[in-house]
Design a protein around this ligand. Structure first.
Ligand SMILES: C[S@@+](CC[C@H](N)C(=O)[O-])C[C@H]1O[C@@H](n2cnc3c(N)ncnc32)[C@H](O)[C@@H]1O
Length: 296
C-alpha cells in the first residue's frame, strides 16, 4: 500500500470512529433529538455559517457536498431547494446523513466516496460545497482538481480550509497548546489545564496518552497540528495561508477569500464579553476558517 493510501486509511478509520459533531449531542445518534442538538450547537458556535454558506442562494441549483459529515449543512441546502448530493469517505457519516434526511423528509442522494476520486461526470454540478474536509485528505490538490472537473463552466466552489494566519494556529495551537502540552505529563498538570481552559478531562487524557506513547512524534509541528484540531488521534490536518489557498485554486477563473470564526474558548478572559460585531472584525483577519469562493 502506498504511503498516501495508508494515510487515507488512517483518515477513514478516524472519522469512521468519530463522526464529526456527534460528541456535541447528548442524545442517541440517529434520533431526531440528536440531529436537533447537533444543529443547535453548530449554528450557535459557528454562527457565521448560514451567512457564509448562503443556503438560500442554492435554491434550484444542482449541488454536491464533499465530506458531508452528519448532513447538517446539507439539510439546510436541501431545505432551501437545492438538488442535493452528499458524499463522504466514511459509511458512518453517510448512514447518519441519510438518516437525517429521512427523518426530516428532505430529498437528497448519498454516496460513500473519496474526494480525490469522484464518481461523477465532468461538468455535472452548479455548486460544490465542502466545509472542513479537504485539509484532512492526503492529496488536497487532487481533490480540488476533482471539484473543478465536476463543476460545469460558470459553476461555483465554496470550500472551507483551516487558516494558517489565524489566532488559533499562530497563538493558540503553536504557543499556548504547545506550552500546555508540557503540563500534561503529570496528573496535576492535566487538572490545571482543564481548569484553565475548560477542555474536558477525557480529551486532555487522550492527549496525555498520545504524549506518553511517543512524545517525539506528538510534538513534531505537523503532528501537533493534526492532533490539536479535531481531537487527539486525528491523523491529518493542514493549514493554508491566503496565498497558498489562491495557488490551490489557480485553475478557477475568479477567487474570493474570507475568514471567519474565533472560538471563544481560545480567548479565555475576554471571549465571553466580546460583542459579535468586534468578534466578526477580528475573525475577518485572524479567523480560523478560510472560506474560498471560486468560479470555474
Ligand atoms: C471535520 S469533518 C467535517 C464534516 C462536515 N463537512 C462538517 O462541516 O461538519 C471531516 C469530514 O471529512 C470527511 N473526509 C475526510 N477525507 C475525505 C475524503 N478524502 N473524501 C471524502 N470525505 C472525506 C470525513 O469522513 C469527515 O466526515
Amino acid at each position: 500500500m502506498s504511503e498516501s493510501n495508508s494515510l487515507k486509511e488512517k483518515v477513514r478509520a478516524f472519522w469512521q470512529a468519530n463522526p464529526c459533531g456527534t460528541k456535541f449531542a447528548d442524545a442517541p445518534p440517529g434520533t431526531r433529538r440528536f440531529y436537533e442538538l447537533v444543529e443547535e450547537h453548530r449554528y450557535q458556535k459557528e454562527w457565521h455559517i448560514p451567512q457564509a454558506a448562503d443556503f438560500a442562494g442554492a435554491r434550484g441549483l444542482t449541488m454536491l457536498e464533499v465530506g458531508c459529515g452528519l448532513g447538517t449543512d446539507g439539510a439546510q441546502f436541501a431545505g432551501a431547494g437545492a438538488d442535493y448530493t452528499g458524499v463522504d469517505l466514511t459509511d458512518a457519516a453517510i448512514e447518519l446523513a441519510q438518516k437525517r434526511f429521512e427523518l426530516f423528509n428532505l430529498p437528497g442522494n448519498f454516496q460513500t466516496a473519496d474526494a480525490e476520486n469522484l464518481d461523477f461526470a465532468d461538468n455535472s454540478f452548479d455548486l460544490v460545497y465542502s466545509h472542513g474536509v479537504l485539509h484532512h485528505t492526503p492529496d488536497t490538490e487532487r481533490a480540488i482538481r476533482e471539484i473543478h472537473r465536476v463543476l460545469r463552466p460558470g459553476g461555483r466552489a465554496v470550500v472551507m480550509l483551516y487558516h494558517r494566519d489565524s489566532y488559533n494556529y499562530r497563538v493558540n495551537i503553536s504557543l499556548l497548546r504547545r506550552a500546555g502540552a508540557q503540563l500534561l505529563r503529570w496528573e496535576p498538570g492535566v487538572r490545571l489545564v482543564h481548569r484553565l481552559t475548560g477542555e474536558s478531562l477525557e480529551s486532555l487524557g487522550q492527549h496525555a496518552a498520545q504524549l506518553r506513547n511517543d512524545q517525539h512524534s506528538y510534538l513534531k509541528p505537523e503532528e501537533f497540528l493534526s492532533q490539536n484540531t479535531d481531537g487527539a488521534g486525528n491523523p491529518l490536518a493542514r493549514v493554508y495561508s491566503r496565498s497558498e489557498a489562491r495557488e490551490l485554486f489557480r485553475d478557477f477563473a475568479e477567487i474570493e477569500l474570507r475568514t471567519y470564526f474565533l472560538n471563544k474558548r481560545w480567548l479565555p478572559l475576554i471571549g465571553r464579553i466580546l460583542p459579535r460585531s468586534f468578534e466578526s472584525k477580528l475573525a475577518s483577519r485572524w479567523g480560523w476558517h478560510l472560506w474560498i469562493y471560486a468560479k470555474k
